[in-house]
Design a protein around this ligand. Structure first.
Ligand code: GLY
Length: 374
């Protein structure tokens, strides 16, 4: 395993992903950006700040013009304009200009918000991703998707803004709760299902090692995911076509996230969504029943939910109809052709044939259970 993967997007949009088992090399990497004349703002949340903010600050503080830390309350509910405004306030007060630098230190929410501030403050300022959760290391820190939620709509406001560097300190995975770690595995398993059957089999063979957080195995897992994401985001940086496959399970997943009031983590909802999408794949004859069951077993083996209680199929269906990916009454679901290969399955919500509606309802019912049945 190399300790660097280059994302070769065009021109100034190229960047490196650095892999390390500490923050030691972060200083050397940041110094490459000639920070002596720059102000730096480290954006983090209330959980991560306690663990790593001082260490990261100490690496840059003496070498840049000024270093500030901004933190907000951890969790999806902070992914809103108010948090963005709080960061803008600090940047304005501290006289940040376009040549300065932001550092996103944390998980997916921190990365998405910081990237969004970076895309919009003074029409664009550089930022670096320092992801500290499994989910952000394997997915959200790479590829420049940034954004916030608005009213009831998840990620509806956003921009593409490529980071200047992604620095992955794998040892931060040690401080994750089991639940958060498992949620990250949802996105990890997704890569295997949509584009790499060998990786899917590797995950299944190494369940015990992954669950015991064996650093060597985890390094391989994170590295492999980043290699797979590289292929996609180089080919289609702005999600015009192939990048859409990364949304496997996400149409159902986002709907559940919303219906459960963000009580479930994103990766947990993606797990549920992948079960529903795999069910459609099975019912339309793309995968067989044993493959469908093995997908459920794999997700469950990694501690991920495959059923959810307390919400009805109709609520989920209503949320799906609100999905931002709906175009002219049509949603394209990503389904599996086999393990490691996907197909697109279009559903037209205007004049939907009865059998298609039934398929969708059945897919949702596969993952919803009545409270008293639990
Ligand atoms: N998280 C999906 C993507 O980056 O496209």
């Amino acid at each position: 395993m190399d300790n660097v993967i280059q994302i070769n997007n065009e021109g100034e949009h190229a960047y490196d992903i650095i892999f390390s088992d500490s923050f030691k090399e972060l200083k050397k990497e940041i110094l490459k950006f000639n920070i002596e004349k720059k102000r730096i703002c480290i954006v983090t949340d209330s959980n991560v700040s306690k663990l790593y903010a001082n260490e990261v600050m100490s690496l840059v503080d003496m070498n840049c013009k000024q270093c500030t830390v901004v933190q907000f309350h951890a969790g999806e509910l902070s992914k809103r304009q108010e948090t963005v405004n709080k960061i803008y306030d600090v940047l304005v007060k501290k006289k940040f200009d376009r040549k300065d630098l932001l550092i996103a230190l944390g998980g997916g929410v921190v990365g998405d918000i910081t990237g969004f501030v970076a895309a919009t403050y003074m029409r664009g300022i550089d930022y670096i991703q320092v992801p500290t959760t499994l989910l952000s290391q394997v997915d959200s820190s790479i590829g420049g998707k940034t954004g916030i939620d608005f009213k009831d709509h998840k990620n509806i406001i956003g921009a593409f803004k490529m980071p200047k560097l992604v620095y992955i300190n794998l040892s931060t995975l040690k401080t994750l709760t089991e639940r958060e770690f498992n949620a990250g595995m949802g996105e990890v398993i997704k890569y295997g299902l949509i584009m790499a059957d060998d990786f899917y089999h590797y995950l299944n063979k190494n369940i015990a090692k992954i669950k015991s957080h064996d650093l060597h195995t985890l390094s391989n897992v994170v590295y492999m995911c980043c290699r797979l994401k590289k292929i996609i985001v180089e080919d289609d940086p702005y999600e015009k076509n192939v990048r859409k496959i990364l949304n496997f399970g996400h149409t159902f997943g986002h709907a559940i996230e919303k219906c459960k009031g963000f009580e479930y983590l994103h990766g947990e909802c993606v797990s549920l969504g992948m079960v529903a999408a795999a069910y459609i794949s099975y019912k339309i004859g793309q995968i067989d029943l044993s493959t469908f069951n093995s997908i459920k077993n794999t997700l469950a083996s990694f501690g991920l939910p495959i059923t959810v209680s307390g919400i009805s199929s109709n609520e989920i269906l209503r949320e799906i109809l609100n999905d931002k990916k709906m175009h002219s009454g049509q949603i394209t679901f990503i389904v599996l052709k086999r393990i490691g290969k996907v197909n697109f399955y279009k559903v037209n919500f205007h004049n939907m044939p009865e059998d298609e509606k039934e398929l969708l309802i059945n897919a949702i019912e596969t993952i919803t259970v009545q409270d008293d049945a639990q």
